[in-house]
Design a protein around this ligand. Sequence first.
Ligand code: 7PJ
Length: 264
Amino acid sequence: MSLARPLVMGILNVTPDSFSDGGNFDTCSKAVAHAEALVNAGADIIDIGGESTRPGATLVSVEDEIARVVPVISALKSLNVPLSIDTRRPGVMHAALEAGIDLINDIAALEEQGALEAAASAQVAVCLMHKRGEPQSMQTAPEYDDVVGEVTRYLAHRRDIAEAAGISRDRILLDPGFGFGKNLDHNIALFKAMHQMIVELDRPFLIGVSRKSMLGQITGRPVAERVIASAAAALLAAQAGASVVRVHDVRETVDALKILAALQ
Ligand code: 7PJ
């Protein structure tokens, strides 16, 4: 995958609505239709997630997560677009690799027992993200002495551990993890330090701020009205040197990045 221009990763949540559950045909076909729309809108990568990691989300079993994502991965192989799995569970990683995934996007930076080995067992890319605490409780008063320094050191450490486990440098992406155990001041400090962190860590960055509460806190808008704020933030991330932006609103982000490429 070339990172010569910033890539747009489209978010595909495979979480069943209300009463249907994982492996459900309706859930799968809706997800596939949404993925096709993301690709038509210009997505370079599709990020498939079967576990909600939003603040306060409830846990799903490994079996349910696999039952949700694997049929979707299999159905999307024919789209010929790189596929990413958003998971922190080694069991899900193995199943997704088997189904033909190209990138493991782990909000726990391969910390779970067996995750490093799972990722190293295949020639795929990995994204190592910083978070503090667990999604269920991480937004209750996160504290740092020096958020930029602490996140930078953590990512350097996980980068080195991944390399030592046999994942080659050119397959490693890093992510400061906006909103994962960070308050608005922390998120702003990290965003402003992004360029410096990319230079210091010497790895491509993947940035996910799409529709997140930090944008709601800045604009005062509810989640359904954060499209412009999200595209603006994706544009600024790309300008700061991010290699991949993870977004819900692909068409709008692609337009914003076209403007950046043409007018910068
Ligand atoms: C991120 C993610 C992110 C990476 C989620 C949401 C929460 N993976 N998965 N970075 N966020 N790498 O989209 O609001 O920021 S789930």
